[in-house]
Design a protein around this ligand. Structure first.
Ligand code: PPE
Length: 292
């Protein structure tokens, strides 16, 4: 455990220069029995290790060790609910693109983090704008890895959308089909059927997976398929998912109102199911909780 002010890195930290680091974001919720749990902690740590594998970075700790360490950070900081950020990066030593000898360092931090897209976003919904930045081609970067440098794509899209008065960017893939938000996956609903883009050029979100399972469990059909932006415009409901964003309704896309302009029935039902699952109120999803 290192105090906040001492949790520093050297300016020649290799990953700081070239962006090759992998990270995760997990949320801790206080359950109905008063205990705190990392929501889908196991899956997040698995993705962290796999992000490393994709980028040829071997993380020098086992899944179980990393999970225990994350829980310990939450306990020591006495946080009942928080966001946890594990990151694995190359430390200082050699510089240059070809350096292979630098040690892989792992840090885990935790802090309280409220609604990702603003206070009212979860209740009222957000406004999206299709970005002029295209989600990167899967042969340029690696969409299944949650890697630091790749987020320049997301950050630029987010800057553009927010500078123009929108809450979040909607990125299209290289073919022009809907991909995802800058830090969220996207779902659309029409005539009671739910669709979400396949994991071709997007981050395979762990919340996305949870949502698909919960909808399936509630008897609501979900299809993974490509669709163009106009399919979003004529949806009855649109929502985004992510660890930070949770289930955020979308009320407007490219200045077109979605449905009634208020969170629709499937979105609201899903938000309720999601809350029940993360608070340990639904026995079917109990295995998603890693108690700290
Ligand atoms: N797509 C992207 C590009 C993305 O960054 C996230 C998470 C998701 C989809 C949803 O994935 P998941 O969290 O596994 O459901 N974005 C993280 C980073 C947020 C940040 O600003 O930092 C998050 O939600 O933790």
């Amino acid at each position: 455990m290192v105090p906040y002010d001492e949790a520093n890195v050297h300016v020649l930290t290799h990953s700081l220069h070239y962006g090759l680091a992998v990270f995760e974001g997990m949320r801790v919720y206080r359950c109905v029995d008063g205990r705190s749990a990392i929501f889908r902690g196991r899956e997040h740590i698995r993705r962290l290790i796999e992000s490393g594998l994709i980028l040829e970075m071997k993380i020098p700790y086992a899944q179980e060790e990393l999970l225990k360490a994350a829980a310990e950070v939450v306990r020591v900081n006495r946080l009942a609910e928080c966001y946890i950020r594990p990151i694995a990066f190359y430390g200082e030593g050699e510089m240059g693109l070809s350096a292979r000898g630098n040690k892989v360092r792992v840090a885990i931090a935790a802090w309280p983090w409220g609604a990702y897209l603003g206070e009212d976003s979860v209740k009222l919904g957000v406004r999206l704008k299709t970005s002029s930045f295209v989600r990167f081609h899967p042969n340029s970067l690696m969409p299944h890895a949650k890697a630091s440098g790749q987020y320049i794509n997301s950050i630029l899209a987010g800057y553009e959308a927010r500078r123009n008065g929108y809450d979040e960017a909607l990125l299209l893939d290289v073919q022009g089909y809907v991909a995802e938000g800058s830090g969220e996956n996207i779902f659309i609903v029409r005539d009671g059927k739910v669709r979400t883009p396949p994991v071709n050029s997007i981050l395979p979100g762990i919340t996305r997976d949870a949502v698909m399972r919960m909808l399936h469990g509630a008897g609501i059909e979900v299809r993974e398929e490509l669709f163009p932006r106009d399919a979003v415009y004529i949806s009855d409901e649109v929502f985004m998912t992510g660890t930070a964003a949770e289930v955020t309704p979308v009320r407007e896309v490219d200045d077109r109102q979605i449905g009634s302009g208020r969170p629709g029935p499937i979105t609201v039902k899903l938000q309720e199911m999601f809350q029940a699952a993360l608070k340990g109120q639904d026995a079917r999803y109990q295995e998603w909780l890693y108690y700290v």
